[in-house]
Design a protein around this ligand. Structure first.
Ligand code: ZN
Length: 415
């Protein structure tokens, strides 16, 4: 959501108010164009001979401008509009596209929210007015929906209770493009619509979905702001959690986003989520480890998958495959204990071993267990965008033995 005035207050210094109203088109992949103007939602357009598919519809006020941009690009007629959430800067253009023959698709809760008339006294007397009937979606879905355009798969994935209660991420797996809606906003603080069931916990779940489904080549279209890469999403995740922790502990500078977070943490966020705001949790310290990692040498592939669990601990799964054969697997975890992180590994068919944090920097950590046979050291480090370098080391025959795993981010396999 974007109150116009609020948005202008949020604008980065480099972007003047005038500049923010300019509508631009950026081709991010063959047949994929982002039509954006900062103060309104980013449209992602997929241009194909069977028609144009849009993700988000723009505001009522600026939809004609977006349409002119598409016409200037000789885009075929818009046949399908997929919505990320109910806020008017993303759905206000629906009647325009519908009058030109487009079918509109969104989450069931989005349709319910679009009909409401509510005044939110707790937030700047924000008045949410109902959208006109002709703006409502023609088709809704619950958990997920798979569509096709020109033979290409498009997936809509509902993230419960995140920016709103009716968010959808729109994913084009073949093109490796994700539109996040306002789960991700750039160049200005994001918004969490607590009053329609939005929650920070769900925002983080949505961000983690993006990390799970992206690699170094993925283009990530935010609800507002410039198109992102995976590493930008890691930085954003860190910012969200840090901002919430600083708000909860009263150490964050005052401002509109701080006020928004404090309203939500006091009135809306489930109490259990507070545990994740403790300082020094694995989630807070190692956000760059989340997602799936892969390293291949010839027919040998090693993968790791890391996810957040209760209290901000991390749970991992490792697999080594030669050809089609699983040769090794292990379950791992990183937890916090007495101010230090502990790495635990349980390889299939072997005893569990724990390693305690010995050294760490901002983006690297080494765990040790001198009493273990091999390894005695386990290290992880962020090695640039979409890369993690892991190693295990210890005594071997004739000296120290080190095994390196130069991992690249990989899209997690479907479960
Ligand atoms: Zn929004």
């Amino acid at each position: 959501m974007r109150h116009r005035l609020a948005t202008l207050l949020f604008l980065p210094q480099a972007l003047s108010a005038q500049e923010a109203l300019v509508m631009r088109a950026e081709t991010i992949a063959p047949g994929f164009v982002v039509v954006s103007g900062f103060t309104n939602g980013n449209i992602l357009a997929r241009l194909g001979s069977e028609g144009t598919v849009l993700v988000d519809a723009q505001s009522a006020k600026r939809v004609a401008q977006a349409d002119s941009v598409l016409k200037a690009l000789s885009a075929p007629p818009v046949r399908l509009v997929l919505l990320t959430h109910y806020h008017s800067d993303h759905v206000g253009g629906n009647p325009h596209w519908k009058s030109r023959g487009a079918r509109i698709v969104g989450h069931a809760n989005l349709a319910a929210q679009m009909r409401k008339d509510t005044l939110i006294a707790g937030w700047e007397n924000w008045h949410r007015t109902p959208e006109p009937v002709e703006a409502l979606p023609d088709e809704t879905f619950a958990d997920s929906l798979t569509l096709r355009a020109g033979g290409e798969e498009i997936r809509l994935v509902h993230i419960p209770a995140a920016h709103t209660d009716g968010d959808a991420i729109v994913w084009f797996p073949a093109a490796n493009i994700i539109h996040t809606g306002d789960l991700l906003e750039r160049e200005a603080p994001p918004f969490i619509d607590w009053w329609t069931g939005g929650r920070l916990e769900g925002m983080l779940t949505g961000v983690d979905w993006v990390l799970d489904h992206s690699d170094s080549a993925t283009r990530i279209v935010p609800g507002h702001g410039t198109v992102a890469r995976r590493s930008d999403v890691v930085a954003y995740r860190r910012m969200l959690l840090d901002a919430a922790r600083e708000t909860a502990t009263g150490t964050r500078a005052p401002g509109r986003f701080t006020r928004l977070l404090s309203v939500g943490l006091e009135q809306f966020e489930p109490a259990g989520f507070r545990l994740r705001l403790a300082p020094g949790t694995p989630e807070a310290r190692l956000p760059w480890l989340l997602g799936c990692w892969q390293f291949t040498r010839g027919d040998f592939t090693v993968t790791e998958r890391w996810r957040v669990r209760a209290g901000g601990s991390l749970e991992g799964q490792g697999r080594s495959v030669r050809g089609d054969r699983l040769v090794d697997s292990e379950e791992t975890a990183i937890t916090a204990r007495d101010g230090r992180l502990v790495f635990t590994a349980r390889p299939a068919g072997q005893a569990q071993a724990s390693f305690t944090e010995a050294e760490s920097g901002a983006d690297a950590i080494t765990f040790t267990n001198p009493a273990h046979d091999f390894p005695t050291r386990v290290s992880y480090g962020s090695a640039g965008p979409a890369r993690v370098h892991a190693s295990v080391a210890g005594p071997g025959q004739g000296g120290d033995r080190v095994i390196e795993f130069p991992y690249d981010a990989a899209r997690c396999p479907a479960e």
